[in-house]
Design a protein around this ligand. Sequence first.
Ligand code: 5GP
Length: 182
Amino acid sequence: MTGRLIVLTGPSGVGKGTLLKALLERHPELYLSISATTRLPREGEVEGVHYYFYPRDRFEATIEAGALLEWAEFAGNYYGTPIEPVRAQIDRGNSVILEIELAGARQVAKIFPTALRIFILPPDIATLETRIRERGTDSAAAIERRLAQATVEIAAQDEFDYRIVNDDFELALDELDRLVTG
Ligand code: 5GP
C-alpha cells in the first residue's frame, strides 16, 4: 500500500501551522514534510524541525541537483520540499502532508494528480490582515508582500479539491481531520 500525498495551502497568517500541529497530535502516524527555505528563522524556530534553513547558494544547488519535489519564491525567499523523505514515507505507506504556497501546490498537482489538495481560508480578509500584522515577526515590507500574496492565493481557492474556513478552530480541525483521514 502506498501512502497519500496531501497538500495544504492557504494565505500566510490563516493558521495552517496551528491546525497542522493539532492534527498531528491527533494522528502521530501522519508525516509532515519539513521544507527547506532561505528565510531566516523566526524566534523559536528550530533547524530540522520547522525548516531546513539554507543560504541561497545552497538552495539553488539543491534545485539544480533535482532534489526538490517542488519549490517557489515567496515574499522574497525560496521555499521547497526535499523529495527524498516524501518518497520514502509514501513508499512505506504513510500519508505525507505538504504545507506549501500556491505555486508549489500547482507543481504538485501536475506531478501527483492524485494528491489531495486542501485550501484553508480566513473568515475574512480583515481577520487575516490583523493576524499577519500581530504576529510581529516580519518586517513592514515582508508584511505587505504577504498581504498582497494572500489576495492572489485566495483568488485561486477554486483550484483545490476542498476548502476549509478557519473561523471556529475546532470545527476547522475536525473538518481537516475528516478529509485527511477519511
Ligand atoms: P512562512 O515564511 O510563513 O513560514 O511561509 C511562507 C509561505 O511559504 C507559506 O505559505 C508556506 O505554506 C509556504 N511554504 C513553506 N514551505 C514551503 C515549501 O516547501 N514549498 C512551497 N512552495 N511553499 C512553502
